[in-house]
Design a protein around this ligand. Sequence first.
Ligand SMILES: Nc1nc2c(ncn2[C@@H]2O[C@H](COP(=O)(O)OP(=O)(O)OP(=O)(O)O)[C@@H](O)[C@H]2O)c(=O)[nH]1
Length: 256
Amino acid sequence: MGDVNLTEHELRHADGDFRVVVLSGGSDIHGNQPCAAVFGEPEDGCLVRIHSRCVYGEIFESVDCDCRDQLRQSMAMMRKAGSGVLIYLDQEGRGAGLLAKALGYQLTQREGLDTFSSYRVLGLPEDSRSYGDAVAILRSLKLRRVRLLTNNPAKVAALSTADVQVEQQPFLVRGQSVEARRYLAAKARFGHTISLAELEADAARDRWRWLHRLLRRTWRRPAPSAPERATATVVELPVPTVNPVEQQDRPTDLVS
Ligand SMILES: Nc1nc2c(ncn2[C@@H]2O[C@H](COP(=O)(O)OP(=O)(O)OP(=O)(O)O)[C@@H](O)[C@H]2O)c(=O)[nH]1
């Protein structure tokens, strides 16, 4: 990697402005420069997230993966901590690109394969990302020791071999959809530090919540009403008027 340079400026945000740095002279794989959101004045030991692009999760708001939640939660955590660096890498589909990811999705949906097996079937590496640009950004920001929000040991290893001291901070966003949990379980099997037991506990909590909602709805339903009874209708009959003359003519013996 030659000389790298950071171009930086402020960015307005509804939840609080931050600084953006854009890297040039890095690996520049797809012509899109890596960038980072810099919160506060990060120092050694600050929170860092190295995030890889996911159009489906971040833009289309898919619930098949946890990418969007991780992005949002990491920003919220950095804001709360007062500082941090969110590095955003253009490494869609774990570095294979969007088309490969879409082909992988097709296979997953057709054959029921997990996300890593589908890449294997397509003849692609399961994960082809590199983290040199992330290291370059950290170096430019003069960070040598970071608290890395990740479950991915490959990220920890990549920074460690580049002489960045890493304290791994597990980063599991709770309350995921069934599909995202399936994705997380695949990552756990692939070596990510995600506890399958915790995922199962999450699923059990979801099932319980669902059952609870269903029962509450059933209890609250109004009791079936009694069959309607026919209501009596009062009909006013005309009162016959008696002609006083006719009354006088009437034979009196009839009434005696
Ligand atoms: N092929 C494929 N890629 C996906 C899928 N869901 C997310 N991705 C990509 O996976 C990358 C994110 O990697 P993940 O394995 O989810 O997480 P990670 O960054 O390795 O690990 P953490 O740091 O713990 O989040 C992004 O580039 C996404 O585009 C999927 O279903 N199939």
